[in-house]
Write a new protein. Structure first.
Length: 193
């Protein structure tokens, strides 16, 4: 029930935030909260479910739930990057921006820009589907690179925290399984390079 509620809150934030109407200082936290609730809650549940099925302790299930949430945020960051790049569905390029959804493109632009530059971003988004001004802004302010770097950072953060937590729990855990999961994370990251 908790996961269902979180995911619904995240979806409601995704569809109803109108991120362009928020104060710049609030945009990154709203985007991160949306990602944590929408995607992070589902990934956390998926990882937690496996641990619960294996009858893991409450400490381990909590650690894995946290890992799943962080992994979900990283995956959503990469997916949002894909939307800006038009990787999976070129026809939907910039869709999250046009619909004013709290995607990581908005969050990263707000977090790394001066108020003047962020306002230029908002104006350029407002001119979509004409992409010229927005694409100039994205290139000039290195938005793609910043989104990619922050997504990679979140991915590394998720795996680093998991490794530390597993090591400190003194569990018999498989380094091979951890390495395979980390490799999968790297393959996801490389898909957006």
């Amino acid at each position: 029930h908790r996961t269902l509620l979180r995911a619904h809150f995240g979806q409601a934030m995704d569809l109803g935030s109108g991120v362009d109407r928020l104060l710049q200082s609030r945009v990154p936290e709203v985007c991160l909260a949306t990602m944590e609730l929408k995607t992070g809650a589902l990934m956390g549940f998926a990882v937690l479910l496996g641990a619960a099925t294996a009858r893991a302790t409450e400490g381990v299930t909590s650690l894995l739930d946290e890992f799943g949430r962080d992994l979900g945020i990283a995956l959503q960051m990469f997916d949002d990057l894909g939307n800006v790049l038009g990787i999976r569905e070129p026809a939907k390029k910039y869709e999250d921006l046009m619909l004013r959804r709290p995607s990581w493109a908005w969050g990263c632009a707000a977090r790394t820009s001066s108020p003047q530059h962020y306002q230029q971003f908002v104006v350029a988004v407002g001119k979509l589907p004409d992409t010229r001004e927005l694409e100039d802004w994205i290139d000039k302010h290195r938005l793609i690179q910043r989104m990619r770097e922050s997504a990679r950072h979140r991915l590394e953060f998720a795996f680093d925290n998991l490794k530390v937590g597993l090591e400190s729990s003194h569990l018999q855990w498989s380094m091979r399984a951890f390495d395979e999961m980390r490799q999968l994370g790297e393959e996801i990251a490389v898909a957006y390079d």
